[in-house]
Design a binder for this molecule. Structure first.
Ligand SMILES: Nc1ncnc2c1ncn2[C@@H]1O[C@H](COP(=O)(O)OP(=O)(O)OP(=O)(O)O)[C@@H](O)[C@H]1O
Length: 242
């Protein structure tokens, strides 16, 4: 599958097969094509060449509401609607598909991301950055999707919140039996959460490995350059702690 913007290739003949139930992280330098690849899955971008199949069905042939119910999407920069309260934000995908969410279901979704039900009536501006990220995840899960796509879901929060959110998403991935694909700039996060790491470089996938394989030195030079950064930091911290 390929996609170019005004003649400039962003994704070049990428072919991947993702097993149901896996947690895949997509890492790589800025501009390497991660978001473009992710967006072809829920048709925010249509590939110029090739197809995206979900359980054998070409997404190009699915009606938008069907696709949105199947795929939860956590936007880069969260993207909560500022004029809607938390409950309305969470209910937006089912609403677009013509159904509503009961208050009890909103409370349940807030519970999944460890937020109190009382937050349902708050506006996004009245939430902390971490709480907004959690609402973004709850919204993505509202239509009970089987596939969860996340584009840099934990940007702009401190390391402690980021770690807690990552762990929560991993727990939900397991609990709900999701297939999860996450774009992240944080290589340590990718290694800690994902059972498969794809490394993109200039529109191509240059490595496809498990965290253990990458940490053992596999995956090639570009992958190893990325992995070296958190490894060096971890080693330096371990030395300091001695
Ligand atoms: N809407 C667009 N119009 C034109 N070019 C675009 C558009 N979106 C992305 N690109 C270009 O396509 C290439 C891949 O972008 P993409 O956003 O997929 O990269 P990325 O790896 O997700 O980057 P980042 O980590 O910075 O989010 C880049 O060169 C980018 O400038």
């Amino acid at each position: 599958m390929s996609h170019a913007f005004a003649g400039t290739p962003a994704v070049k003949s990428v072919g991947i097969d993702i097993a149901a139930g896996s947690f895949v992280a997509l890492i790589g330098a800025s501009g390497s094509g991660k978001s473009t690849l992710l967006k072809t899955i829920n048709r925010l971008i249509a590939p110029d060449e090739g197809r995206v199949l979900i359980e054998g069905v070409d997404v190009a042939g699915l009606a938008a509401p069907v696709l949105r119910r199947q795929i939860g999407y956590v936007f880069q920069g969260i993207g909560l609607f500022p004029h809607m309260n938390v409950a309305e934000n969470i209910a937006i995908v089912p609403r677009l598909a013509g159904s509503s969410l009961a208050a009890q279901r909103i409370a349940e979704l807030l519970g999944l991301v460890e937020l109190p039900p009382a937050l349902a009536g708050r506006m996004p501006e009245e939430l902390s950055g971490g709480q907004r990220q959690r609402v973004g995840v709850a919204r993505a899960l509202a239509a009970q999707p089987r596939l969860l796509l996340m584009d840099e879901p934990f940007g702009a929060v401190d390391a402690v919140v980021r770690d807690a959110l990552g762990q929560r998403v991993l727990a939900l991935h397991r609990q709900l039996g999701l297939t999860t694909i996450m774009v992240t700039h944080d290589v340590a996060e990718a290694l800690l959460l994902a059972d498969r790491v794809l490394v993109m470089h200039e529109g191509c996938i240059v490595a496809d490995a498990t965290a253990a394989q990458l940490l053992a030195g596999d995956g090639g030079e570009i992958a190893q350059d990325l992995v070296a950064v958190p490894l060096r930091q971890a080693q330096a911290l371990a030395r300091l702690a001695r």
